[in-house]
Ligand binder design. Sequence first.
Ligand code: C2E
Ligand code: MG
Ligand code: MG
Length: 744
Amino acid sequence: MRRVDLWCWWVAAGVAAIAGYYLLPGGGMARDLAYNGIGLVSVVAILAGVRLHRPARPAMWYWFAAGQAASAAGDLTWNYYVYVLHQEPYPSAADIFYLAGYPLLAAGLWLLVRGRGGGLAEPAIVGVGLGLVFWVFVLHPIAADTSVTGLEQAISTAYPAADALLLAFLARLFLTRAGTASTRLLAVAAVLLLIADVGYSVDTLYSGGDGDEFTAGWLLSYVVWAAAALHPSISGAAEPRAGGGDSRLGRIQAVVLSASALLSPAMLFLPDVGDNALDRAAIGASSVVLFLLVIARVFGLARRVRGQAAELRHIVMHDDLTGLPNRRRFDQLLAASAHPWVVFVGLDGLKNINDELGRPVGDRVLAVLAGRIAISAAAPGRIAVSAAAAGRIAVSAAAAARIGDDEFAVLLPTAADAALTAERLAASLAEPVTAGDHELLVGAAIGVAGAADPVEVLRRAEAAMHAAKETGEPCRTWTADLDERAGEHARLGAELRAALDAGQFQVVYQPIVAVPEGRIAAVEALVRWHHPQRGTVSPALFIPVAEHNGLIIELGAWILRTACERMARWRADLGDAAPDRVSVNVSARQLARPGFSRTVTEALDLAGLPPECLTVEVTETAVFGGGQAVTALHELRAAGVRIALDDFGTGHSSLGLLHTVPVDVLKVDKSFVDDITSAGRHQVIARALIQVTDGLGLTAVAEGVETAEQAEVLYALGYRLLQGYYYGRPAAELPLAASGNAHL
Ligand code: C2E
Ligand code: MG
Ligand code: MG
């Protein structure tokens, strides 16, 4: 027999036995023995259930078994009186056993309901309501019966009083909606016991009957109580649910509660009730108690609802990962502020971190950066309070929020606060983040805007952030021309695709000259867009747009192919007079895309150009974040392609980069070359840079050389490769010889 079915068989057998009990001739000894048998076997069945199903907390089942055993002992004792001593005393020793059963059962029920949560008010309401009915109909009449002795009165009152005790636990069990089948069976068994007790009392008290019909209730109660122990769900019956139990008010529970609360006033409408002072006092007192309990319950509910509402509000208004206020909350704060300033932070390279190191690392990085943003926003002494204006609450404290996947915003009261916060943010976000055993640098661009209505301020700050991202500046404040530029960008972006198909792009080449001999050592490939209406559009204008809309991938591949083919032709046409290599600019987005190194080797293969003849120029910013970009550079280096760091000195300018990124060439930015002739900071830096490159065995190229004087100073500092208008503008064809070489 399967364990699962066992309890069903048990109930069936129990019901059959009870039916048998009734079918046996009344008053016989066989009948009473059957009664005893059912009680005793039930005790054994409870113990068997515990052994079989091994509940986590078996204690309560031992109490139940003890309670039932006490009752069964009562039955035996009674039969002993009847059949051996031939007397039917009341009260007798049997009553001691019977009464002892109740506290034992109650102890088990107490273990069951304990820790299930739910307030005490609800069971108390049911207890008081039913308790009053008990009092009026059962306890009081028994207690008032003057025809019996004091001891008889006491014993007779004790049974229903013990029932009331069980009732209180049952109310609690029902109201907390204890879930398992086993607990439901227990409840049924206890209810049967109650019905039998009350029915027996009422029958004998009011109708003068012998209460025989109610013995079935006691027998069934034995059987069902044991069935609860045999049910397989017993293993979970004593387990309080996580969170302290389910105390939601179900429909049945609500009906039970309302009915109980109405019991005592309803009692006043019954005839014959309340015609004595004691009952009236009891009804009055219980009405007051019920009223107070209901009030307590209402206050308890209200408090819980308030607590849950606050919790919900917090969840709805905050970001899970960082704990910062979210977009919704930020919009609220923004809308409520009079002259808001917004500092907008956009992170870069988070996607790379997620892709390569996994989301947990990405999440950790976000959390750390969010912490830094919150600290920068709320630095001590900066909690400024400005006067309320135009009915709006002025921003009273800096508020940082996460408003997008990799976007944060800080709300500030004044322009000065915004500027200071932006500065502080730029500094703190430039620090590497330690996540696991990785030291990660995440790029961040900051936009600042203010002095407009809330929605507009946020839009402007975001636009300024994007502008900063494009130019690689750490921070940018919104100006009107940013919007014009954005409009222009949108137009250009739309035209780029068609321009590529229509062949409006051209690659031109600018010489990189070796001094002093003046030989064209290399050329840099630079793209041009010949726009039918606008004329030649500068790459400084359209490359960022192509990066933004993704067309740079296709455009960049085309430039690479074109430059490699042209270089291969020069080598074929000019032989030794051809430049050693061609330098091609590669943007951050191209580099970050997996498979970039394959694009390069394919272009080389297609043109039949040896890899040593190609240099790839990348900016510091493109490789600063590490990740796929640096991987691609290692692959290229391994393939034999040279790597140049372009515009060196304008970006992050971290010499540490030279450790992690494979570099062959440093291209010193034009800004250092511009005032190289006046001895000053820039000359010092230019000298330091040539020392660094020499020391590391790298090659230095000075960009943007426009005059002979600049060329001379650079040569004197140690530069041997120069590029600039002085030697030649970018052009479709190679000049026969570099124009500036006469001077050096
Ligand atoms: P870059 O890579 O630093 O290129 C040097 C820029 O300085 C070129 O501007 C060049 O024409 C200009 N230049 C060279 N010598 C002088 C000089 O003596 N004086 C002055 N004032 N300027 C000089 P260009 O061609 O307008 O390109 C601007 C930037 O656009 C480039 O800076 C590069 O970052 C980007 N770019 C150009 N072509 C491409 C390309 O094919 N792909 C990608 N991804 N970016 C490109
Ligand atoms: Mg370049
Ligand atoms: Mg450059």
